[in-house]
Design a protein around this ligand. Structure first.
Ligand code: ADP
Ligand code: ZN
Length: 343
């Protein structure tokens, strides 16, 4: 089992990779409530027998204040007081809802995560951001607050739908691209093992990815600078996701290809590196291009909450394994992506 620790204001966050779901019982008090979703609980619910559970629906649509409201009501009905503990067992959505509800209920009670998707294990469960969507905008309402533990069991991935696995691969490639050439190289060599969920490969993948995210976050917990690099591929990605309905990972993959193409045009990376990035995304079953209404994507991009003025903090690659942030205006970006509707 690998253990990653991140010290943070007022305590420390521990991530355990390779533990089994059953181990969460060792880290929680008696008055613990489980929050999970209907899919995860139908497969794994018997593993938390004996604990009261709050089961939410599945899918991005339920990541709302209404769901949080329902969670507060159930926490009250279970008599959870300030000594209570919440464990979120599920994908990124469950972690978001559980983390946000626990951080705000009675001004904050203790919580931990058992992420069950690759995306949550490599990305969403780490970093201390918890939040919900509001009036059509992603993650508009939320808190910065770390769970006490994140327990990663790679065996969960065996029941994960293929598309959810692919979504996780996109974030893993993102971590390699912005921070570590050797990891990128390793992913190229192990793409087939990843597609086949080889246990050793998956454990290493989660560990490396979690290390990169933890390192970036610990340098910049409140997203003032360095942490913005984690938005690589996401400025376009979120807009594409909103306009086309592609999955998050697919949209981010196209977004990373677009950001790599801009990096190429600026002369930061060369065409060999650019082709290598696209090849790897394709090898992992991710799209690198798509057709969408150009103006709709640009409009959606400039509506993003991270917009501060008339420019965007756009993440580009200096190299495979090294990112930089540049302020780009709407017209700069439009100039780079051309005039047609193919991204
Ligand atoms: P993400 O982690 O990508 O944000 P979600 O929380 O939306 O994703 O989870 C993606 C979908 O996969 C949801 O429908 C969820 O119920 C389901 N799911 C999560 N973990 C598992 C698992 N281990 N096995 C099967 N389905 C799962
Ligand atoms: Zn993402």
């Amino acid at each position: 089992m690998a253990l990653i620790e991140l010290s943070k204001l007022g305590g420390s966050f521990k991530m355990r990779i390779g533990d089994s779901l059953d181990d969460f019982r060792r880290y929680v008090p008696e008055n613990t409530v489980i929050i999970s979703d209907e899919n995860v609980s139908s497969i794994y619910g018997h593993r938390w027998d004996g604990f009261p559970a709050i089961i939410i629906g599945a899918g991005e649509k339920i990541k709302t204040l209404d769901t949080v409201h329902a969670v507060y009501s159930q926490l009250m009905s279970y008599g959870i007081d300030r000594s209570g503990f919440v464990v979120g067992i599920g994908g990124g959505i469950v972690c978001d809802i559980a983390g946000f509800a626990a951080s705000t209920y009675l001004r904050g009670i203790r919580f931990g995560f058992v992420p069950t998707t690759l995306l949550a294990q490599c990305d969403a469960a780490i970093g201390g951001k918890n939040g919900v969507n509001f009036e059509g905008f992603k993650n508009m309402i939320g808190t910065f607050n770390h769970p006490e533990f994140v327990l990663c069991d790679p065996k969960f991935l065996q029941t994960l739908p293929a598309i959810e696995l692919t979504n996780g691969f996109a974030e893993v490639v993102k971590h390699a691209l912005i921070a570590n050439f050797h990891f990128f190289d390793w992913i190229e060599k192990n793409a087939s093992g990843m597609m086949h969920l080889e246990p050793k490969v998956m454990t290493h993948l989660i560990e490396r990815s979690a290390h990169i995210k933890t390192a970036v976050v610990s340098n910049d917990e409140k997203e003032k600078g360095e942490r913005r690099k984690l938005n690589f591929g996401h400025t376009f990605g979120h807009a594409i996701e909103k306009v086309t309905g592609l999955s998050h990972g697919q949209a981010v993959s196209v977004g990373m290809s677009v950001a790599s193409a801009i990096s190429l045009q600026k002369g930061y990376i060369n065409s060999k590196q650019y082709e290598r990035i696209k090849m790897l995304l394709k090898a992992l079953g991710l799209p690198v291009t798509m057709v969408a209404h150009r103006q709709a994507v640009i409009d959606a991009m400039f509506m993003d909450k991270k917009r501060q003025e008339d420019y965007i903090h756009f993440v580009l690659l200096k190299d495979i394994g090294s990112a930089i942030i540049e302020k780009m205006s709407l017209s700069d970006i439009s100039g780079f992506i051309g005039r047609d509707d193919i991204f």
